[in-house]
Design a protein around this ligand. Structure first.
Ligand code: MG
Length: 353
């Protein structure tokens, strides 16, 4: 067996001798032989591949404990582990990016003059659908607040109701540009508490919540669960929420394709929601609004049965929010209406024009 000194092995593996000694102590990469008299470490040429893997994983920023686990796996399983590690990092980064955007907005709010005060034209409707015995969704639209909540469990309707009701004081709250984040966060805590009261300790009872709060020039988005928010801008539809479902997280980690996700038997299983179980808080995000923008909030009773291309088409074709809501709800029911379906559509308009 060809043996390399620690210096030669370090050079070949691009790990420093100091790192190699550390990895020996951590049992991440043991030398093939240690001279009993001198204590010198020797490595086998066959250990180079593992050493290079360790070096790359270190460059990726993976913690040593995780590297040890990855190194113990066969290449296919190791690849899956690296992919899922990276998906977690990206998810964490996305949350931090949104917080950074909030902070930038907060810090520049004083100097920014909102010369135009835009307004919302809106419509909300919730329909039981064709199959369910009751409607557990709640949809709401007012001059400043738009919200959709999709309740689940034995007290799903009271849960979705409680979540939206907790946000309604925002309609008349004092809103300064820089204070939106705090006001919204307080309301969200209130919503979580209200749902916990309804659920009475059961994680089987709860609700999704997707809401937009209007400040006159921007929209603050609150989102938890698998209801969705879309923006139709310049004729193109953009989804601005990320589903908190088990299936979506599997897509993010590359374990499932988008096509497989659509038909997955557990596609509705939520990863995060407001419920009586462990507390989970929604995503918060701020969006700049432009005249001509059209926003859609909907429960999965729409997005689960009507393809996005079709939503885009119907949303773009409707002359006003009430017609958009009506055609979208009709379309879901025409597709079988298997679930409660809720839609809120709001247009951003400049009242001066
Ligand atoms: Mg639903």
């Amino acid at each position: 067996m060809e043996m390399l000194t620690i210096g030669a092995f370090a050079k070949a593996s691009r790990l420093s001798p100091k790192a190699l000694r550390l990895y020996d102590e951590l049992e991440l990469l043991r030398p093939a032989r240690v001279d009993p008299h001198t204590g010198y470490r020797y490595y086998a040429a066959g250990q180079l591949e593992r050493a290079r893997l360790v070096a790359w994983l270190r460059r990726l920023g993976m913690p040593l404990a995780s590297i040890r686990e990855v190194c113990a796996l066969d290449p296919a399983a190791a690849a899956r582990e690296v992919r899922s590690y990276w998906a977690r990092i990206e998810a964490e980064t996305a949350v931090r990016r949104d917080l950074a955007a909030f902070l930038v907005d907060h810090l520049t709010a004083e100097s920014r003059k909102d010369t135009t005060m835009l307004e919302l034209r809106y419509c909300a409707h919730s329909d039981t659908g064709r199959v369910r015995p009751a409607n557990q969704d709640t949809a709401y639209a007012g001059t400043r607040l738009l919200a959709v909540a999709d309740g689940f469990g034995a007290a799903g309707a009271p849960a979705s109701n409680a979540a939206v009701a907790a946000l309604k004081p925002l309609e008349s709250a004092e809103l300064t540009a820089g204070g939106v984040l705090n006001v919204l966060e307080d309301a969200v805590h209130e919503a979580a508490r209200a749902v916990r009261d309804v659920a009475d300790g059961s994680e089987e009872i709860g609700t999704t919540l997707t809401a937009l709060l209007w400040t006159g020039s921007r929209l603050a988005l609150v989102h938890i669960g698998d209801s969705r928010a879309y923006l139709l801008r310049d004729g193109a539809l953009f989804r601005i929420t990320h589903d908190h479902t088990v299936v979506q997280s599997m897509v993010d980690e590359g374990r499932l394709t988008l096509e497989e996700a659509v038909t997955h038997p557990q596609r509705a299983l939520l990863l995060r929601a407001l419920s009586g179980g462990a507390p989970a808080l929604p995503d918060l995000k701020l969006h700049d609004a432009r005249p001509g923008d059209r926003y859609l909030l909907c429960s999965d009773g729409l997005s689960g049965v009507v393809p996005e291309e079709r939503i885009e088409l119907l949303l773009a074709a409707a002359p006003a929010p009430d017609e958009a809501v009506r055609t979208l709800v009709d379309e879901a029911n025409a597709a079988g209406g298997p679930d409660n379906v809720s839609c809120v559509v709001a247009d951003v308009v400049d009242p001066a024009t």
